[in-house]
Design a protein. Structure first.
Length: 240
């Protein structure tokens, strides 16, 4: 994990997604709806809902949208049966790709994912073909702007909170945790700092550097996947 930074990738994706904000909000609303419907409407007692709401706020989704999705879940008789399905494959240059989805129609989603891979220099693999190349981690980003704290001090605070690792970038401190420790580390750090990002993520164990043409092709693949209404997250092992 040391040396792996998500922040630039997160910022780049946020900029690229500005034009797609309506679709992003629609996806986030569905995640909030499912989390609230399955575990209740109290953020404090529903970890899945807390993650979905945090994700929505990181995307600057208006509070009205968040509250509307929660209210709809608790008052709705919607019987849609959504399932979380992960697809695995390889992109251009042999980059590993994980695609997390939330779908009410597996056949539709599988077809769309396969087409996206095939048309953009990739190939969809079997379950387990690349998942082992990633580790599930908690990820917390704290922006360094106007933050009067050294790297050593932040590292000590992160370790005291239960974190595993700290990566220092020019603009941000990036903190990684074991997935089971994410909630407690986040809550402790949130008492002292404003968190720019807090999520469970997949971190590649090793990364692959791509030539410019393959990098562009991979970006097209990721963009096509993220455009799909059923896709919630896309992870790759490309060097950032």
């Amino acid at each position: 994990m040391a040396g792996h930074s998500k922040w630039k990738n997160i910022q780049g994706r946020k900029n690229a997604q500005d034009a797609k904000r309506g679709k992003i909000f629609q996806k986030l609303s569905r995640e909030i709806f499912i989390a609230a419907k399955n575990g209740g409407d109290e953020v404090a007692t529903n970890p899945a809902l807390r993650l979905a709401v945090d994700k929505a706020r990181a995307a600057n989704m208006p509070n009205d949208n968040v509250e509307r999705a929660i209210k709809k879940a608790t008052s709705s008789t919607d019987g849609a049966n959504y399932a979380e399905v992960t697809y695995e494959g390889y992109g251009p240059g042999g980059v590993a790709v994980l695609v997390e989805t939330l779908t009410d129609n597996r056949n539709r989603t599988a077809t769309n994912i396969r087409v996206a891979f095939n048309k953009n220099g990739g190939s969809l693999g079997e379950t387990g073909s690349v998942n082992y190349l990633f580790d599930r981690k908690g990820y917390i980003a704290i922006e360094r702007t106007d933050l009067a704290i050294s790297e050593e001090e932040m590292f000590e605070k992160a370790l005291e909170a239960g974190a595993e690792d700290l990566i220092t970038e020019a603009e941000v401190f990036e903190i990684y945790t074991a997935p089971e420790d994410f909630t407690s580390v986040r809550d402790l750090l949130e008492q002292e700092f404003s968190l720019a990002q807090a999520e469970l993520t997949m971190v590649p164990q090793t990364t692959i550097a791509l030539a410019a043409d393959l990098q562009q092709q991979l970006e097209q693949l990721v963009e096509k996947l993220e455009d799909d209404d059923d896709v919630t997250e896309v992870y790759t092992s490309v060097e950032e």
